[in-house]
Design a protein around this ligand. Structure first.
Ligand code: UP5
Ligand code: MG
Length: 211
């Protein structure tokens, strides 16, 4: 009787552990757009690593504001110690508000080997990675979308010069991480070049079969 109670408790605690989907793809591949739709339909919490960094950059008196600003403009990847702290804090805040809200979309992370080892060091045992949702989209389409968005976005990296660097970083550092996860059978690939609604149809097929 006592053993079965403990078993039930342990099962419950494991179920409440954050369940994470990493959302990856090139700049402008549609990660943020599709995450918003997944949140509405499946109730996940969306955490964009880029948004968390941009918000940290804008805070008064923040220690890392200038570093983050220059890394983003140069399309370089911010040291993981900074990013992981922001992600973990956001997850903990969400779970503190409502412990049943334990499913997270982590958008735009991990982007390189440093990010991945930082995640493994800080989050293994705290959160489970269910799978990696990969929006596959050509560099040309990615650049065109970001330049179009740049007319109004106010983002310091939506310009031709930063975009060349962002694409280069994506190809050199992020794509190999996706390839590693692919070898582990964790990648769910979606053609990100289709229309927003067509992409979401493919995304739903994945979430319906995973949930
Ligand atoms: N759009 C979207 N889907 C479309 C579709 N199917 N058809 C036509 N148009 C579509 O979409 C981009 C634009 O395309 C929008 O105008 C949208 O309407 C349209 P969006 O959904 O915003 O694409 P997304 O993939 O989210 O593009 P984003 O620019 O956010 O991607 P990045 O990965 O480049 O940006 P992020 O914010 O993640 O990171 C920015 C920088 O922060 C990085 O370069 C890096 O310097 C830094 N960073 C880190 O250092 N570490 C991190 O962990 C994360 C970020
Ligand atoms: Mg985004």
């Amino acid at each position: 009787m006592v053993i079965s109670c403990w078993g039930a408790l342990i099962r419950k605690l494991l179920m409440m552990r954050p369940q994470v989907v990493f959302v990856l793809g090139g700049p402008g591949a549609g990660k943020g757009t599709q995450c918003a739709k997944i949140v509405k339909k499946y109730g996940y919490t969306h955490l964009s690593a880029g948004d968390l960094l941009r918000s940290e950059r804008s805070k008064e008196g923040t220690e890392y504001g200038e570093l983050i600003a220059s890394f983003i403009k140069e399309g370089k990847i911010v040291p993981v110690a900074i990013t992981i702290q922001l992600i973990k804090k956001a997850m903990e805040e969400k779970m503190a508000q409502d412990s049943a809200k334990n499913t997270f979309l982590i958008d735009g992370f991990p982007r390189n080997a440093d990010n991945l080892s930082g995640w493994n060091n800080h989050m293994n045992g705290y959160a489970d990675v269910k799978f990696v949702l990969f929006f596959d989209c050509s560099n040309e389409v990615c650049i065109e979308r970001c330049l179009e968005r740049g007319k109004a976005s106010g983002r310091t990296d939506d310009n031709a010069e930063s975009l060349q660097k962002r694409i280069q970083t994506y190809m050199q550092s992020t794509k190999p991480i996706i390839d590693e996860y692919e070898k582990e059978g964790k990648v769910r690939r979606v053609d990100g070049a289709k229309t927003v609604e067509q992409v979401f149809l493919d995304v739903q097929k994945i979430f319906d079969s995973e949930n």
